[in-house]
Each structure stands twice: as structure tokens, then as C-alpha cells.
Write a protein that binds this ligand. Structure first.
Ligand code: GLP
Length: 240
């Protein structure tokens, strides 16, 4: 793992932007694995800025997202569909038909998971952007998710629902389930870029980088991947 420690969120966003820009420069039809949450927002802002300045085009880029809540409308303000449109897709020249997010309202959720997984297999993700939960989840793969898991429906951990409650009117409104790429789906990406800031992530970051590799710490599996870049601020690095 390559670990880059910077001062603050703005620098995380800049460093992450450089990694994506160099990929898209080399491969204009790259497949990007994208994440939601606050961690990648600054990166997305930099991508939008570069597009506005004609430094980057996304017209041949394809994207696959890690996860989506189950049971909220895709136009709900907190759905990950809405998040991606508001924070990235509506502001760049990507073709919406080239953007893929699991359908959390599918009638048969297991079928939807199988469909998404086989789509991922055919797409070969060049670079997967990840955040990390305070319990070291990646995507929505909560502690004790098997490392060989593929796209699946997950019951969200209480900690995760509490962490995400700030985006909803109350904790009761936070969905109880989500569809997420599995750990083995995530590891198939050629390169992984994990972004984290703040003291809340310090323990998860320490366990991810220095702890034993085990299923109680989902992000620890990244030690097994041969091309992971971790970009964190000083606070998130404070327990290393
Ligand atoms: C959610 C997402 C994860 C994300 C995590 C951390 O649970 N499903 O993909 O990594 O939040 O979010 P944040 O970046 O806001 O700390």
C-alpha cells in the first residue's frame, strides 16, 4: 500500500484528482468505480473544475458505483443516484447511459445483485475510489462480511446508520438495508484509491494498514491488493 499523508481535505482532493486525471489522460474510456459519502466530494469538485476548464472529458468514461440504499426512491434526496447526479454526473459530459448504480428498488433484490455482479465482471474497473466507515467498512461491507463476497444485500450496522443519520431527518428514516459490491468485487479493480479524513477514521485507518488481515476489519483486505493508494489527512493518520 502506498500511503500519502497530507494536511487537509483540500490536499486529499488535489492528490486524488491527479491520480484520476492521469488515468483518464492515458485511457479516455476508463472504467471508474465510484463512491459516495463526504470523502470523495472534493475529488468530484476538482473533476468538475477540470471539465469546465476543458482539461478533461468524460464522454467515453464509464462508471460503476459501489452501493445503493434499499427501499428509498431513486430520486430521494439521499439516494446514491441523487448523490452522484448532484455531485458529479450533472456537471460533466458523461453519458448517463454509461453510469451504473445498483437498483435498490428492484423487485427481486438477489437477482439485481447477480445482474450487477455479472455486469462488473464484463467491465473491468480500472480504478476504484473508496471511502472507509468508522468501523472500517468499505462500500457497505460491514465487519464480518466474507472476503469472497460478491454483490449482495446487506443489513446496515447500527454504527453505520448512526453515522449516516445526519443526512436524514431522523435515524428512523435511515434505510436498514443496502445493495453493495462485495469485497471480492471491489478487489478486482486494477487500482484502488482510498480517501479518508478526520480523527473519526484514525482507528479504522490504523487497523486497515497495520492490523492483521481479518474479516472483522473489512478494509484490512486491501493489504492483499497489489495497487492501493491511500490518501489521508494528518488526523486520519494520527494513530499510525
Ligand atoms: C457510507 C458509504 C461508504 C463510505 C462511508 C464513509 O457508508 N456507503 O462507501 O465510504 O459512508 O463516508 P464518509 O466519506 O462520509 O465518511
Amino acid at each position: 500500500m502506498q500511503v500519502i499523508i497530507v494536511e487537509n481535505k483540500e490536499q486529499i482532493a488535489q492528490e486524488a484528482f491527479k491520480v484520476l486525471k492521469s488515468l483518464i489522460d492515458k485511457k479516455p474510456d476508463a472504467v471508474l468505480g465510484l463512491a459516495t459519502g463526504s470523502s470523495p466530494i472534493g475529488l468530484y469538485e476538482n473533476l468538475i473544475k477540470a471539465y469546465n476548464e476543458s482539461q478533461l472529458s468524460f464522454k467515453d468514461v464509464k462508471t460503476v458505483n459501489l452501493d445503493e440504499y434499499v427501499g428509498i426512491d431513486e430520486n430521494h434526496s439521499q439516494s446514491y443516484q441523487t448523490f452522484m447526479r448532484e455531485h458529479l454526473f450533472d456537471h460533466i459530459d458523461i453519458q448517463l447511459k454509461n453510469t451504473f448504480i445498483p437498483n435498490g428498488n428492484a423487485e427481486d433484490l438477489n437477482k439485481e445483485c447477480a445482474r450487477y455482479e455479472s455486469m462488473l465482471e464484463s467491465m473491468h474497473v480500472d480504478l476504484q475510489v473508496l471511502g472507509i466507515g468508522s468501523n472500517a467498512h468499505i462500500g457497505f461491507n460491514e465487519p464480518n462480511t466474507p472476503f469472497n463476497s460478491t454483490t449482495h444485500v446487506v443489513n446496515l450496522a447500527q454504527q453505520t446508520r448512526e453515522d449516516n443519520a445526519r443526512f436524514f431527518d431522523s435515524i428512523d428514516e435511515v434505510p436498514k438495508q443496502a445493495i453493495t459490491m462485495g469485497i471480492s468485487s471491489i478487489l478486482k479493480a486494477k487500482k484502488i484509491l482510498l480517501l479518508a479524513s478526520s480523527i473519526d477514521k484514525a482507528n479504522a485507518i490504523k487497523q486497515m494498514i497495520q492490523g492483521p488481515i481479518n474479516e472483522q476489519v473489512p478494509a484490512s483486505v486491501l493489504q492483499n491488493h497489489d495497487d492501493v493508494v491511500v490518501i489521508i489527512d494528518k488526523d486520519a493518520a494520527s494513530e499510525l
